[in-house]
Ligand binder design. Structure first.
Ligand code: XIL
Length: 359
């Protein structure tokens, strides 16, 4: 199997996304999985061509690694991704150390503060310790807020919060920093990109949390904006609101990473040309606004080709389906690894982005 298809060779080489990004001080990357590394050499070729950074799509999530008992974790698939990054001289994102949604079942039976604290500390020491010095940034806590849970501070009532209180966050970031002092430590969050009252509340909540963490000396370096976007039928987008939010985050002394960018087309018309245009326009509008902010240092798309996307993956419950069941086209390259208008949109956004110091 050729490593690079004709569609991605030649002229496309000059427009490697990582190169265009780097010219502006940006790091561009994508998810990859151990299975893809092992079996899809054609896709791996595309990743090597375009990505300066990779992140394991699932392999470093605690519940995914854990075999059902405390401390009994399978590092095999995570090691495959880390070794791939190392051997190919790519930056590596760590995703993630704690996530309410991917916490092993046994953790929920730990009744005391002491037991929970110990489990969190041991997990972070083991996982961040294994890849110490190899990780560009760690999502230490993924998705910590949920104003709809009704707490005055807007924090998500995760299992850690119920027993340890908001200090579970400070504990996690402190232990992560002790374990890997070089990695940038990130708070990663979703639904903070669009112009709705709910998302405005989420933005305020996130800022309050980050302000509180900075004030109390908790080592947080960056904020991750997931940016799972929708090209049709979704909430409105306001470039000026996004810019203001990003400027507020930068004002806290944080750098900003776009961590999981993709554009679902589930409510768009069936016509592929129309769909691809709408998806591309969404990338363009979002990135044009986001990259105006010099504190944004990284853009990661949640996948590179429609061949491998959580939106179109059939075997998972999380797959999102179009009512006409036509395969979704959310990423810069199609399932045959041909560049789509979304790729051109990213190229343009990088080309017009102001330069910045890398971070
Ligand atoms: C998703 C993966 O892409 C899927 O393969 C998996 O089934 C579920 O998780 N926010 C996150 C990511 O932080 O970890 C999620 O990844 C997508 C939403």
């Amino acid at each position: 199997m050729p490593l690079v298809t004709p569609a991605n060779s030649g002229a496309a080489d000059a427009a490697a996304l990582k190169k265009l990004a780097a010219e502006k001080g940006l790091l561009y990357g994508t998810t990859i999985s151990a299975a893809q590394i092992g079996t899809d050499h054609e896709f791996v070729g595309l990743v090597l061509q375009h990505a300066g950074l990779v992140v394991a799509e699932n392999e470093m999530k605690w519940q995914v690694m854990n075999r059902g008992k405390p401390g009994d974790d399978d590092y095999g698939p995570a090691d495959t991704v880390a070794a791939f990054a190392f051997e190919n001289d790519l930056a590596l994102r760590g995703h993630n150390l704690l996530w309410y949604h991917r916490t092993p079942t046994w953790f929920f039976d730990l009744a005391t503060r002491q037991d929970q604290e110990r489990a969190i500390v041991e997990h972070i020491r083991a996982l961040a310790g294994r890849y110490r010095g190899m990780v560009h940034s760690w999502d230490v806590v993924n998705e910590p807020i949920e104003p709809k849970d009704g707490r005055p501070d807007g924090l998500r009532t995760a299992v850690f919060l119920e027993t340890l209180g908001p200090e579970y966050l400070d504990l996690a970031y402190r232990v992560a920093q002790e374990t890997d002092p070089v990695a940038r430590l990130v708070v990663n969050e979703y639904d903070v990109e669009l112009d709705t009252p709910d998302q405005e509340t989420r933005r305020k909540t996130l800022i309050n949390l980050l302000e509180r963490m900075r004030r109390s000396g908790t080592p947080v370096d960056a904020v991750g904006i997931q940016a799972h976007l929708s090209c049709a039928g979704g909430p409105p987008f306001s470039a000026s609101r996004l810019r203001r939010f990003l400027a507020d985050l930068a004002g806290l002394g944080l750098t900003i990473q776009i961590t999981e960018l993709d554009v679902t087309d589930e409510n768009a018309p069936a016509d592929e040309v129309v769909r691809d245009r709408l998806v591309a326009d969404t990338y363009q509008r979002f990135l044009d606004a986001a990259l105006d902010e010099a504190a944004v240092k990284m853009v990661v798309t949640w996948g590179l080709s429609d061949r491998h996307s959580w939106i179109v993956r059939r075997e998972t419950n999380e797959s999102k389906w179009r009512s006409d069941s036509a395969p979704s086209r959310p990423l810069p390259f199609d399932a045959e690894l041909k560049a789509k208008p979304a790729y051109e949109a990213i190229v343009n956004a990088f080309a017009y982005a102001p330069g910045r110091t890398p971070g």
